[in-house]
Design a binder for this molecule. Structure first.
Ligand code: ZN
Ligand code: ZN
Length: 337
């Protein structure tokens, strides 16, 4: 099969990715092989490829095939797999496998399992024609979702859903979403479904326009002034979600949030000044459980959220990542082998 392979992490300008002919995967016990129909291009992929996370042990092996928001059809089924068959349309999220027996796995927080495998980071991912998957972490797709729209549900979709769940929204509440990219534009829609008042915060005009089209109650141009101060002056918000990879956005989100409110952070950041007297909660958010992933697919299958996606051929993975790096993407780029 053809695959996009990373051998030595390095900035994109050094051309670290190669398209190679590699051995087709064969499924072991509990595994399946997927013919990839689409694979989303994630900022996490960019971090790994450029070597930002080498110190944290990512990638865990080289060479590695990146990509962790993958959909396609099952072409082979290994021993002990009874719930999936050849021809089924399925998807795989970053959580490639979990141990199933630790305290996190047993309590519904399996994304925190400390011996999990991560698609495209510790095992080969979906920038390829075929991918090996763990059948217990593969999800059957609703027929109503085409591959290109379904793939981003498996990272931005579940990330957005998990973050919105932590914000404890309701119709009486308000939420500001800082950063309306791949994850933020889906979070905005999940937040809207709770009935909360939604405020989209971005520096990019095309992203603010996208937010308006997706039904944001208000859009705030962060390039025109400090969004934290503007929102605080207006009485503040009950919750803030941060997906913009910027310490300044985190600081603004904390400032914008009312006393007693919740700040959910989906990026690595330095937390700035944090006055205890306001009793705010800061919480990190990573993906979500398998049950949450099924809920995401059901909601998207009913057409209640949609991913704005643009497709690229697999051979242009580097170009797609370049656009993401330069901040030129509203919504999600998806590779189609
Ligand atoms: Zn991702
Ligand atoms: Zn576990």
């Amino acid at each position: 099969m053809k695959a996009v392979v990373l051998t030595t992490p390095s900035p994109l300008e050094n051309d670290p990715l190669r398209i190679e002919e590699v051995e087709d995967p064969t499924p072991g016990t509990g595994e399946i092989v997927i013919k990839v129909g689409a694979c989303g291009v994630c900022r996490s992929n960019l971090h790994m490829i450029e070597g930002d996370w080498v110190g944290a042990g990512v990638p865990a092996k080289t060479p590695i095939i990146p990509g962790h928001e993958v959909v396609g059809s099952v072409t082979a089924v290994g021993p002990s797999v009874s719930h999936l068959q050849v021809g089924d349309r399925v998807g795989v999220q970053p959580l490639w496998s979990t141990c199933g027996v630790c305290a996190y796995c047993m309590s519904g927080d399996e994304q925190l399992c400390q011996v999990k495998q991560i698609t495209g980071e510790t095992v080969d991912g979906g920038y390829a024609e075929l991918m090996l998957a763990n059948a217990a972490h593969a999800y059957v797709l609703p027929d109503s979702l085409p591959d290109v729209e379904a793939a981003p549900l498996f990272c931005p979709g579940i990330t957005a859903y998990g973050a919105v769940a932590k914000a404890r929204l309701s119709p009486a509440k308000s939420v500001a979403v800082f950063g309306v990219g791949g994850v933020g534009h889906v979070a905005l829609q999940f937040a809207r479904l709770t009935g909360a008042r939604t405020i989209a915060v971005s520096r990019a005009r095309q992203r603010l326009e996208l937010s308006e089209r997706l039904g944001a109650s208000r859009v705030l141009d962060a390039s025109r002034g400090d969004a934290g101060t503007v929102l605080r002056r207006g009485g503040g918000v009950d919750a803030a979600l941060v997906f913009a990879p910027s310490n300044d956005a985190v600081r603004q989100a904390i400032e914008a949030t009312k006393p007693g409110g919740i700040v959910v952070i989906g990026v690595n950041a330095e937390i700035g000044p944090f006055p205890f007297v306001d009793e705010k909660t800061i919480v990190g958010s990573l993906l979500g459980s398998r049950q949450m992933m099924r809920e995401v697919l059901q909601i998207a299958g009913e057409g209640r959220v949609r991913v704005v996606a643009e497709s690229y051929p697999l051979s242009q993975a580097a170009q797609a990542l370049g656009r993401l790096k330069r901040g030129e993407v509203a919504g999600r780029l998806v590779l189609v082998p």
